[in-house]
Design a protein around this ligand. Structure first.
Ligand SMILES: [Zn+2]
Length: 262
């Protein structure tokens, strides 16, 4: 039997899926993408992510505040999120991090919010889903301040170089890649090759970052195959091996309880 894939980073609640969300989920299962994690980016989308996870056996939720939205979250929102960490479909804190590329929220607000989420992860053991852009050194510093090693989590849509990858792996994190590794202008295949398969997860980050050959259209979890295949090609291993190992990694990291739906 071909091993199934897990799309470890989706935004199934986004309005881009409003017209056909159930079809998108069905197509993923047909494509042997047996489980998905749908990720909140602010208090509202976090609650939406939980609702979708409640409706579907093998869809799980992550809740958090994206660095872009850090300035918008109120104290009450944060208290509510903290309670929702106890929900049995919530498997991670995310996405959280630093984004100094667009600075939609002020850097200080982003740092403060990230520290809080790091502490939450330490307190309750839930893994982190980390977004970082143009903040490589800074994010390593902030994380080290809160505890040097033994982190559980993932740097998603990994933008760094081999050095950054080594730092992140050393702290205990996993790394995931998305559809941008299939783009003609992607320049970091050496990083993909460098990260051991035992530390890798695959993701779509749908509706964004649609892999070739669907680039330019909306992304969806069924397309995570193209990411896995590209990793297989770069590493010179079979796509089945990438599926088998990245699935095992996701199950272990997020402690997923995947059920047979047939
Ligand atoms: Zn995302």
């Amino acid at each position: 039997m071909t091993p199934f894939l897990i799309d470890s980073h989706t935004h199934l609640d986004f309005r881009q899926f409003n017209a056909d969300r159930e079809d998108v989920i069905y197509r993923a299962k047909e494509a042997n993408v047996k489980a998905m994690i749908t990720i909140g980016t602010d208090p509202t989308t976090s609650k939406e992510a939980i609702k979708i996870a409640e409706k579907h056996t093998n869809i799980f939720a992550a809740i958090g505040v994206h660095p872009h939205d850090a300035a918008e979250a109120s104290k009450d929102d944060i208290l509510e999120l903290k309670e929702l960490l106890q929900h049995d479909k919530v498997v991670a804190i995310g996405e959280v991090g630093l984004d100094f590329y667009r600075n939609i929220s002020a850097p200080d607000v982003q740092r403060k919010m990230l520290r809080m989420f790091l502490d939450w992860s330490q307190e309750n053991g839930l893994p982190l889903i980390v977004h970082t852009r143009e903040a490589d050194e800074e994010i390593l510093t902030v994380i080290r301040e809160r505890g040097k090693n033994g982190w559980r989590g993932i740097f998603h849509c990994f933008p760094g170089d081999q050095y950054m990858a080594d730092q992140v792996l050393e702290m205990g994190f996993h790394i995931s890649f998305t559809g941008n590794i299939t783009f003609k202008n992607y320049r970091k295949t050496d990083v993909v090759n460098h990260v051991p398969l035992e530390k890798l997860l695959v993701e779509t980050d749908c509706p964004f970052l649609t892999p070739v050959p669907h680039r330019g259209k909306r992304n969806e979890p069924a397309f995570v195959h193209f990411v896995a295949r590209k990793i297989a090609e770069i590493k010179g291993v079979s796509a089945d091996e990438v599926a088998r190992i990245t699935t095992a990694n996701a199950v272990n990291l997020f402690d997923l309880n995947i059920e047979d739906e047939e």
